[in-house]
Design a protein around this ligand. Structure first.
Ligand code: F6P
Length: 339
């Protein structure tokens, strides 16, 4: 008989609750108790660790599949970068007789798990939960699909007002250092420009600014109406507001900047995330029963796999070339269209 510990860590993602629920249900099916630790790794490093943990009953997870956020709360935990914190975490896990720890989170959370390996001998399983979709070995991470939908809904609304005023908007999207959200939202919203790390590296800011200004002006010669530029966060120094200011000052192009920000992290998970999270939660428990450790559950081509944790955090999963090419072709056509 095993005892599983579970926590959610880093940026919360819609579907984390669905994953918690699946782990608890699958574990109970095998007569395994699940202890939930609160506030990410803080629930492990806190000296009064008893107060930060709770046995997760079936009743506790009965009605959470539709909720955004995470019932276990989340946090980023500085102490997990220090020996003191890692030893405290190991002590807490031992005090609770935990055999296997499941962490739902992104690359930072998995780095915490890998660091803990030196101090705690139990099984460690990662479940990819981040809106950024920037973990390797899995086609999608939990929360990404909902975040993309949220971005689309928001930009559709921006489109209405942009159309009404024939305005140019620059909308900044999350994703940390990856362009998965930006590309997917941009294409689905028929954005006139998608600016991301993959297609618009800001190696020379001035050159890029002039390129963008020329493209906007060319498009405006041919057509009137709204013009939406989506941009990945951390791409342009100073972000969307700074880019809008520079376009105005240096090219006399008036733009309205808009930051979607944490709206993208919230909301009820859409079907795709609920289902992915449920499959991954069940797979995590199966991995524990099979004696696996230091792995992340992943879905590739509709089948569940286990990926070594070190491999999952290499940041090699690129936005598909097909998507980048599609945007490029559409951009060329949009610029030529006379309206
Ligand atoms: O990793 C998820 C994410 O939302 C990123 O897209 C973003 O860069 C970051 O977290 C924001 O973190 P915080 O909420 O700590 O500001």
């Amino acid at each position: 008989m095993k005892r599983i510990g579970i926590l959610t860590s880093g940026g919360d993602a819609p579907g984390m609750n669905a994953a918690i629920r699946a782990v608890v249900l699958a574990a109970h099916h095998h007569h395994i108790e699940v202890i939930g630790f609160y506030h990410g790794f803080n629930g492990l490093v806190c000296e009064e660790h008893i107060a930060m943990a709770e046995s997760l009953t079936l009743v506790k997870v009965n009605s959470i599949i539709h909720l955004g956020g995470t019932i276990l709360k989340s946090a980023r935990c500085q102490l997990m970068h220090e020996e003191k914190g890692l030893k405290l975490a190991a002590n807490t896990l031992n005090a609770h007789n935990i055999d296997a720890l499941v962490v739902i989170g992104g690359d930072g959370s998995f780095s915490g798990l890998l660091a803990l390996k030196q101090y705690w001998p139990g099984q460690m399983i990662g479940i990819p939960g981040t809106i950024d979709n920037d973990l390797d070995g899995t086609d999608y991470t939990i929360g990404f699909a909902t975040a993309v939908n949220t971005g689309i809904e928001a930009i559709d609304k921006i489109r209405d007002t942009a159309d009404a005023f024939e305005r140019i908007f620059i909308v900044e999207l999350m994703g940390r250092h990856s362009g998965h959200i930006t590309f997917n939202v941009g294409i689905a919203c028929a954005a006139e420009q998608v600016l991301s790390f993959e297609n618009f590296p800001v190696d020379d800011q001035q050159v890029r600014l002039l390129q963008l200004a020329n493209e906007i002006k060319t498009a405006q010669k041919n057509r009137h109406g709204s013009y939406i530029i989506v941009i990945a966060e951390n791409l342009w120094p100073g972000g969307a507001f700074e880019l809008a200011k520079q376009l105005n000052k240096q090219a006399d192009i008036e733009c309205t900047a808009c930051l979607l920000g944490h709206i993208q992290r919230g909301g009820s998970p859409i079907a795709k995330d609920r289902i992915l999270a449920t499959k991954m939660g069940v797979a995590a428990v199966q991995a524990i029963i099979s004696g696996e450790t230091n792995v992340m559950v992943a879905e590739k081509n509709n089948a569940m796999h286990l990926i070594v944790l070190d491999e999952a955090i290499k940041h090699q999963k690129l936005v598909s070339k097909q998507l980048i090419d599609a945007q490029q072709n559409i951009l060329a056509l949009t610029a030529q269209t006379q309206c």
